[in-house]
Design a binder for this molecule. Structure first.
Ligand code: NFE
Ligand code: MG
Length: 572
């Protein structure tokens, strides 16, 4: 028999357009993997020649998910270039907004995007609600939305969909796949939390809007500080923030944490969950300012999974190259000198598995040439993995007091060793742990802000932009999917060059000139597929990174053509 090619395009339940191609051997084991983005954006071009004070409003449009991340990055890179230090009140307010972003991102990822890779919704219809209610107490003393009556109601709601022959949001998945490991009762628990999380999503979006004025795309950051002065002075607004934070904390403690303990125990022997690390070089950067000189998470780099040594980050060692990316210059360039000139060469004719499991003609990646709009960021010439896994492991290795006790508790609750973190389960569990650490410790930033407001009313620093001077600066920090950096050069008072090096760009990158894989590709090698027409193992692994391809490629048509027209009728 010959090699077979499996193409998944698009990967759904992510942001943006991602295509994965793998080549499997006679035993259906993946021996080659290719990760490519099929959509190009162009924000780095759009901000050229613009006023630096406007850039944050453009960069936040890189993504509809982590809008605040790119907003803050766009603002902070300019502040860094101009030598501006925003007042403490502004810094801490940004932390409060960042908390809302992180919680929103992480709970939505597990329940609405990735959860269906772990929980089989159709199986939940067979559950005994009373038994499921008892099961929930194995993982927490105070289960969330898991009374027998509540679970029966959840089951009836989804059964009503199924009766119509259409599972609504749960249609078209690989239900019944042999690698699902939860019992019908456990599946019903997760399903109940899926529905509850729709409500919590709304609350946390409102939480962002308290200081951000709206969500997504908040608008209260400005170069130098923040503009939400009235909200900061209002005890009612501050109180509202705390009330919503508490609701999120309850959901994390009583649903998200116990569900990951349950999943950790149930999936402890499933190869597609525990058997991979992807790229074992990890990278994270300081984030969440909680006091005048204190941050929740610290920076660092770990090489080859060796947690006994954490290296400092040297920002000069970062490059992006385009050997296999649809851009003109393939050379590795530091982001200050980065280039983003498109050079699309398309797909080629080939064969891949069709939905009946037969090889059939199709378009495939030109894997010897260019096959993605995503560039390949490298550090000292090597790929790095970024994300909650990297952030939690590096901070654990550094003995971070906000991280170590919770990681140890989770390992004790699941019975897993620390090495289990280097896996799909690890990526998913550390995202939950990160959400909990952020939610539980934001009160430190909140209290520091309230104290500081008593003695200091500054919310924005004054500055001037000298048109005769050249400036350059950057933002680097941790956002929900990993380490983000934005790099800017200012000349004649406008942006001369702008580059964003984004978490999903690191993880989803195509091979580099040395053939080194990014983490998406690396984690797929050696994966055995139970059924080539239902590649759930691949989707589960890729989803564990929470891909955001809109971010990774950061719509416009360069020739100015109309791409599409939208009409909105407010009377409908
Ligand atoms: Ni579009 Fe993003 C995050 C950034 S991408 S979501 O988190 O930056 O990896
Ligand atoms: Mg970029």
């Amino acid at each position: 028999m010959s090699d077979k090619r499996v193409v998944i395009d698009p990967i759904t339940r992510i942001e943006g357009h991602l295509r994965i191609e793998v080549v499997v051997d006679d035993n259906n084991v993946v021996k080659e993997a290719y990760s490519g983005s099929t959509l190009w954006r162009g924000i780095e071009q759009i901000v050229r020649n613009r006023d630096p004070r406007d850039v944050g409003f453009f960069t936040q449009r890189i993504c509809g998910v982590c809008t605040f991340s790119h907003y803050k990055a766009g603002i902070v890179a300019v502040e860094n270039a101009l030598g501006i230090k925003p007042p403490l009140n502004a810094q801490l307010t940004r932390t409060l907004m960042n908390t809302a972003l992180f919680i929103h991102d992480h709970i939505v990822h597990f329940y609405h995007l990735h959860g269906v890779d772990w929980a089989d919704v159709v199986s939940a219809l067979q559950a005994d609600p009373k038994k499921a209610s008892e099961e929930a107490f194995k993982y927490t003393d105070t289960p969330y939305a898991c009374g027998a009556d509540k679970l029966k109601e959840v089951q009836d709601r989804v059964a009503a969909f199924a009766k119509k022959g259409n599972l609504g949001p749960f249609a078209n998945a690989y239900w019944g796949h042999p690698t699902y490991k939860l019992t019908p009762e456990q599946n019903l628990i997760v399903l109940s939390h899926y529905l509850e999380c729709l409500r919590i999503q709304r609350i946390v979006a409102q939480m962002m809007a308290i200081f951000g004025s709206k969500n997504p795309h908040p608008q209260s950051l400005t170069v130098g500080g923040v503009t939400c002065v009235m909200d900061l002075q209002s005890p009612a607004r501050l109180g509202e923030y705390l009330t919503k934070l508490k609701e999120c904390q309850e959901f994390i403690d009583r649903a998200y944490y116990p569900d990951l303990v349950m999943a950790g125990r149930a999936y402890a022997n499933e190869p597609s969950v525990v058997g991979d690390v992807g790229v074992a070089n990890l990278y994270t950067y300081r984030e969440f300012q909680i006091g005048a000189n204190e941050w929740l998470f610290d920076s660092g780099i770990i090489k080859n999974g060796d947690i006994s040594k954490v290296y400092d980050v040297d920002t000069n060692k970062i490059t992006e190259e385009a050997t296999h990316s649809w851009y003109q210059n393939p050379a590795p360039l530091h982001p200050y000198d980065g280039q983003t000139e498109p050079n699309y060469t398309g797909l080629i004719d080939g064969e891949s598995i069709d939905d009946k499991g037969q090889m059939a003609h199709s378009k495939i990646f030109n894997t010897k040439g260019k096959y993605s709009w995503i560039k390949s960021p490298r550090y000292d010439g090597e790929p790095l993995q970024v994300g909650p896994l990297a952030n939690i492991v590096i901070n654990y290795a550094k003995g971070n007091k906000y991280v170590v006790p919770l990681v140890d508790k989770f390992l004790a609750d699941t019975g897993l060793p620390i090495s289990a973190v280097f896996s799909t389960l690890g990526r998913t569990a550390t995202r939950m742990l990160e959400a909990k650490i952020v939610a539980d410790n934001t009160i430190l930033a909140f209290n520091a802000l309230v104290e500081n407001l008593k003695v200091d009313s500054e919310t924005c620093a004054k500055y001037v932009i000298d048109k005769d001077k050249e400036y350059r600066g950057f933002y680097m920090g941790h956002v929900p999917r990993g380490t983000l950096s934005h790099w800017c050069r200012i000349k004649n008072g406008v942006i001369e060059n702008w580059q964003a090096v984004v978490p999903s760009t690191w993880n989803a990158s195509p091979k580099d000139s040395k053939g080194q894989m990014g983490s998406y590709e690396a984690c797929l090698i050696g994966t055995k597929l139970a059924d080539l027409t239902q590649p759930l193992e691949i989707i589960r692994k890729i989803h564990s990174y929470d891909p955001c391809i809109a971010c990774a490629v950061h719509v416009m048509d360069m020739s100015g053509n109309t791409l599409s027209e939208y009409k909105i009728n407010p009377n409908l």
